[in-house]
Design a protein around this ligand. Structure first.
Ligand SMILES: *Cc1c(COP(=O)(O)O)cnc(C)c1O
Length: 385
């Protein structure tokens, strides 16, 4: 069956995969090799050097393209390496409009590395696409979107932005790390580039750091493959294998992640020690309607603040959690808790951070796939004291 006819739950397992020729191995072998023999200069079986191509990475890249309903997949050594490759499509003088509450590492890469190379970034809330349009000028070459945003869980209307981007010939890139293609497929909604920190849900077991891009356009793909090979920020065969293995259970994990998150969001919302819960599944969430339209479920990332925005209480909760582990990152089978202001978002100036809602009492949860009753008891004992 051709990959684009499969349903999502089949694509995660078979999408883009070709039978292994050597011994009929069901899983692609880990081709732990840097180079490949040639019978005569330039004559080889399709692979010459592993920075350029590697069969295990290739199997992963085909899988990534398939699950995002795209044509071309590219894998990198980390999510940031993937973003770095996208930004190298730009030239000095070019401008980028980006969501304002984005992943701290993306913000750091934009402002501390690429601004030095003459690229200008504008950060704005994108709940209102008109505010984005106002920032566009002749130099604007890219719109960079994260949705749901990290850690405030704003949901941005990809399809409306894609209309604006297309009419102005601007590339629309979407960081789909939080939603995964199980919940949302940005290319279908008109995005040009989908980016992933596969470190998170795609690999899903907190055992690998890896990044990904998926595109549909051949010219764009050729430019990105050129950058991938020329800059060389590729992932190794073992990490490619682990991510491919993770993707095979993505749909099953995501279902449970979402089920657990819903129960936890409701629990927190009803708890009188909690001020505010940020989760797009609530009808009161400002972007609930868009979330319902562009996502198939609401995800498993939840942020909340303590009653009266009490910083000490927030730290106390984080320290008392037993099943939720205090750690950076998200999207693994295990539940994690984080304190964005001092962890993932510490590199964003306090004033900018607070303007986007990342106050000092904000706690971010990555809800795992443990038993939901255990997770709720854990939160209860930590909050109640
Ligand atoms: C983690 C993360 C990144 C960066 O990915 P790495 O794999 O850590 O380099 C980018 N965007 C989002 C939304 C992330 O959560």
């Amino acid at each position: 069956m051709s990959s684009n006819k499969m349903k999502f739950n089949t694509k995660t397992i078979h999408g883009g995969q070709i039978p292994e020729k050597g011994y009929g191995a069901v899983m692609p072998p880990i081709y732990q090799t840097s180079t490949y023999s040639q019978s005569s200069p330039g004559k080889h079986l399709g692979y010459e050097y592993s920075r350029t191509h590697n069969p295990t990475r290739h199997a992963l890249e085909s899988s990534l393209a398939s699950i995002e309903n795209g044509v071309y997949g590219l894998a990198f050594g980390s999510g940031l390496a993937a973003i770095d490759a996208v930004l190298k499509l730009l030239s000095p003088g070019d401008e980028v409009i980006s969501t304002n509450d984005l992943y701290g590492g993306s913000y750091r890469l934009f402002t501390k590395i690429f601004e030095n190379f003459g690229i200008k970034f504008h950060f704005t809330g994108m709940n209102d696409p008109v505010s984005v349009e106002k920032l566009i000028n002749v130099n604007t070459k890219m719109i960079w979107v994260e949705t749901p945003t990290n850690p405030m869980m704003n949901v941005i209307d990809i399809s409306s932005l894609s209309k604006i981007a297309k009419s102005r010939k601007i590339l629309l890139s979407v960081d789909n790390t939080f939603a995964t293609p199980f919940l949302q497929q940005p290319l279908n909604l008109g995005a040009d580039i989908v980016m992933h920190s596969a470190t998170k849900y795609l690999a899903g077991h907190s055992d690998v750091v890896l990044g990904a891009l998926v595109v549909n356009n051949k010219d764009l793909a050729d430019k990105l493959y050129f950058i991938q090979n020329a800059s060389g920020a590729i992932c190794g065969p073992m990490d490619s294998f682990l991510t491919l293995r993770g993707i095979k259970t993505l749909h099953v994990r995501m279902e449970r992640h979402c089920q657990n998150a819903k129960k936890i969001a409701v629990f927190l919302n009803n708890h009188n020690g909690i001020e505010k819960v940020f989760w797009p599944g609530f009808e009161t969430h400002p972007n609930h309607v868009i979330a319902k339209k562009q996502m198939s479920n609401f995800g498993a990332m939840i942020s909340f603040t303590t009653k009266g925005n009490d910083f000490n209480k927030a730290i106390q909760i984080i320290e008392k959690l037993k099943i939720f582990t205090l750690a950076e990152s998200l999207g693994g089978v295990e539940s994690l808790a984080g304190h964005p202001a001092s962890m993932t978002h510490a590199s964003i100036p306090k004033k900018d951070r607070e303007a986007s809602g990342v106050v000092d009492s904000l706690i971010r949860l990555s809800v795992g796939i443990e038993d939901s009753e255990d997770l709720i008891s854990d939160l209860k004992q930590a909050i109640d004291i």
